[in-house]
Design a protein around this ligand. Structure first.
Ligand SMILES: Cc1cc2nc3c(=O)[nH]c(=O)nc-3n(C[C@H](O)[C@H](O)[C@H](O)COP(=O)(O)OP(=O)(O)OC[C@H]3O[C@@H](n4cnc5c(N)ncnc54)[C@H](O)[C@@H]3O)c2cc1C
Length: 420
């Protein structure tokens, strides 16, 4: 048995699991990123003996996500902590293909992701979670629970929570279809770049339209010289590097008046999937649950909230000795009450955006725009601003402005919302 806990726990909980494995627990969480760390912490705080397993544990995690809006954190019941914040942002600017900009006052953060992870991992450990390194291969039934086969030995668990990301292998192998619309995952390529002063800007910039079909290309300033440039593309396969290269060139042209863009250095490139419009499908079975991106619950903050729900339900089920699907269904019900409508609206909006041509997006943005940012364009722009202190008021004013400026968009939204 090569399996070595990184932080062994002195006292296993009782009663012991009925598995023929030398490592047992009540709840095993696979994947130590936002959803998995939150799931493990909440299960441990609810009294379960918990193992959090990740193939990168103790090594160098390579998690790409490093920005969020404060409103999402609040919505997920979390507090922003200064310790991991690298740069404060005042809001975002959405830029249409013709260069028409809509500004939204939504404060956000660019974070030091390694620091963020290590803070939350320490908290998990403090709650009693055992952190272990290993790659889970499958999680067949064993007794009333599961036996998780890993490259470092087997682990027995009453409940397994698959938090292994958008390609979440465990739940799929065990017969679940955790993404309702896997075809709508946005595939991303994001470059970490350095250019003197670029990171000091105070707004995210989202470029929409054919530059990054189906969703957005992003500029996220990270403070100082640091920024990221990314494309999140739906419906064009996993390899979106060509879109990133084109976006980087467009971005350089766009910023060439303000910076010496020939000095811009690409430090590294992250790739992966963002389950932004995929929605949760079947996410529970007997003694098995999926959460976070593995279950179509995307975004750092929302993945953490979903993980927290999963962990609490799993711990309650393990303690009650009933880990049947009937008991575990409390988790998706709880999630739907909190987030179901919002996710369906989000998906409908993205599908509607994906159906619009560049000209249509320009006309829509024209009705909402604050000012022309000077991106080479055939359209001429006038101004209006969407700005509000709360994200729901922002959404409402945006909705009203959209309805006024481009009524056809509303029917598209409704159609896609009904389709789910
Ligand atoms: C390029 C890119 C940029 C993004 N930027 C942002 C952003 O700025 N803000 C935002 O909110 N969201 C962003 N997202 C989305 C975000 O990454 C996800 O929504 C979020 O990470 C979901 O977290 P998670 O915990 O569910 O899964 P993940 O973060 O994907 O983590 C999965 C974990 O599981 C581990 N793992 C996988 N398979 C196994 C296995 N078999 N055994 C053991 N361990 C395993 C992995 O090592 C990893 O640690 C971005 C996505 C991409 C691809």
């Amino acid at each position: 048995m090569r399996f070595a806990p990184l932080y062994p726990k002195e006292k296993p909980s009782s009663p012991p699991c009925p598995h023929k494995t030398s490592v047992n627990c009540d709840v095993l969480v696979v994947g130590a990123s936002p959803s998995g760390i939150a799931a493990a912490t909440s299960a441990a705080r609810s009294g379960a003996d918990v193992i959090l397993l990740d193939k990168e544990m103790g090594g160098r995690f390579d998690h790409p996500a490093n920005t969020f809006f404060d409103g999402m954190f609040r919505r997920a019941g979390l507090e922003v902590e200064r310790e991991y914040v690298l740069h404060d942002l005042a809001g975002m600017r959405i830029i249409s293909p013709g260069g028409c900009a809509v500004e939204i006052a939504a404060p956000g953060k660019f974070i030091d992701r390694s620091r963020f992870d290590s803070i939350y991992l320490k908290r998990a450990e403090g709650a009693g979670v055992r952190l272990m390194r290993g790659e889970a291969k499958s999680a067949p039934h064993s007794g009333s629970g599961r036996r998780v086969e890993t490259d470092a030995g087997d682990i027995g668990a009453r409940v397994v929570i698959d938090a292994s990301g958008v390609d979440g292998l465990i739940s799929r192998k065990e017969g679940l279809s955790p993404l309702k619309h896997p075809e709508d995952v946005a595939w991303a390529a994001e470059a970490v770049v350095e250019l003197s002063g670029l990171g000091e800007e105070r707004r995210f910039e989202y470029f929409v339209g054919s530059v990054s079909p189906g969703w957005k290309a992003t500029f996220s300033p990270g403070g100082g010289d640091l920024a990221t440039l990314g494309v999140f593309v739906r419906g064009h396969g996993r390899d979106v590097r060509g879109y990133l290269d084109r976006f980087v060139e467009l971005f350089k042209k766009y910023k060439s008046g303000e910076y010496d863009v020939s000095e811009m250095k690409i430090v590294s490139i992250n790739r992966g999937g963002d389950a932004i419009a995929a929605l949760p499908g079947e996410i529970v079975a007997d003694s098995l649950m999926a959460t976070g991106a593995a279950a179509g619950m995307s975004g750092i903050a929302y993945a953490m909230r979903a993980g927290t729900m999963a962990g609490e339900v799993a711990a309650g089920a393990a303690a009650a000795g009933d880990v049947s699907i009937r008991r575990l269904l409390a988790y998706p019900r709880w999630w739907r009450r909190e987030f179901g409508l919002e996710y369906r609206m989000g998906r409908a909006s993205l599908l509607t955006l994906g159906e619009m041509g560049d000209g249509e997006i320009d006309r829509l943005a024209f009705g909402l725009a604050k000012r022309d940012l000077g991106v080479p364009s055939s359209s001429t722009i006038t101004s209006s601003t969407i700005s509000s202190s709360s994200s729901s008021r922002t959404a409402l004013s945006a909705g009203i402005a959209v309805a006024r400026s481009h009524p056809r968009t509303i029917s598209g939204l409704l159609r896609n919302f009904i389709k789910g």
